[in-house]
Write a protein that binds this ligand. Structure first.
Ligand SMILES: [Zn+2]
Length: 329
């Protein structure tokens, strides 16, 4: 099977397997869902299966020229577009357009995989839309977009949307341990929980400095300060550390949001929303004692606004300072 190595997402995978088997492919698919849930992994597996020239099976054989070129990253009929810096630029889409004026090199089809479509600004998005409106024959578009930010609705309407939902914690933990076998079961489960069932997000956190900063930030927010001046001083110091995370800052914002959301749930339901470590349960209980429902929901809004400001390319340092001041307010 094309997707035999992939855990979870069984509905999307069985749908895609069916259309691949019946050769009833649409001209464009949009893989949509939370960050790090496995959308791009499934899209790449689909591309690998379609570029294999051994037609006796759906799964890539691993030996034919198509498979070898794909594995080496040099398949002439596989175009992959990733953000250049913070977003996908119009020049990148123009370059794809130019290649599409030629027929695919091999006899099959060309596959254009565009990842993080949500980072495209309007100009680049409209250029992509033109290609989707009049797709040259023998080209298949696989677009991958995180649902953290909206994708142009005109693009959505031109694609068949494949929706991805967060994975169950134990399934996400199994995937995390596949990639990081040194982790214990309990740690993997905790990461799965913190990443809300998105193993890609969990693994990115595991390697960076995000988790360490979270362990500093949340106790600092929970602590009752002796004076306002002291509290502002500490917040601005932490804001500086946050800004230094650069692209990982979004991961930290997600963690903060999960924390405040869980605290809100705990306040509403009086019990811990999901299995978390003892230390994290303690934090949630303190958060419930410290903040009421409206304060917690204000904090979630503050984290959301910070995420939106970053997506608009606002100054990272400033965004972090404003966020911290709102969180300690
Ligand atoms: Zn092959």
């Amino acid at each position: 099977m094309v997707f035999s190595n992939i855990l979870g997402h069984s509905r999307s995978i069985s749908f895609l397997s069916r259309v691949m088997k019946g050769r009833r492919l649409a001209h464009a698919y949009l893989f949509s869902g939370p960050e790090g849930v496995g959308k791009a992994t499934v899209a790449r597996a689909m591309a690998a299966g379609l570029l294999c020239t051994d037609t006796s099976t759906l799964a890539p054989c691993g030996y034919c020229p198509g498979c070898r070129q794909f594995a080496s990253g040099n398949h002439p009929d596989f175009l992959r577009v990733l953000p250049d810096g913070a977003s996908i630029k119009i020049d990148q889409i123009r370059a794809v357009k130019k290649q599409l004026t030629f027929s695919p090199f091999a006899e099959g089809r060309r596959i254009i995989l565009v990842e993080e479509v949500q980072t495209m600004r309007r100009e680049a998005g409209n250029s992509l839309l033109k290609m989707l409106e009049e797709p040259p024959p023998d080209n298949l578009f696989l677009l991958v977009a995180s649902d953290a930010e909206p994708v142009l609705s005109t693009i959505l309407s031109r694609c068949q949307v494949i929706a991805f939902a967060p994975l169950a914690d134990d399934l996400a933990a199994d995937i995390i341990r596949r990639h990081a076998p040194e982790l214990g079961k309990r740690d993997a489960l905790n990461l799965a929980r913190l990443s809300e069932g998105c193993p890609g997000w969990a693994l990115a956190m595991e390697t960076g400095e995000v988790l360490a900063l979270r362990e500093q930030l949340i106790p600092a927010l929970l602590e009752k300060k002796r004076s306002e001046a002291r509290s502002i001083e500490e917040s601005l110091f932490l804001a500086g550390a946050m800004a230094e995370l650069k692209t990982d800052l979004n991961l930290l914002l997600n963690l903060l949001k999960v924390f405040f959301k869980d605290a809100l749930l705990l306040s509403l339901c009086a019990e811990s929303p999901a299995p978390v470590s003892a230390a994290h349960t303690k934090e949630l209980v303190r958060a419930r004692e410290r903040w009421n429902l409206s304060q917690l929901s204000d904090k979630i809004c503050a984290v959301d606004s910070a995420g939106q400001a970053l997506a608009r390319n606002c100054n990272r340092g400033l965004v972090c300072e404003v966020l911290m001041l709102r969180l300690i307010a």
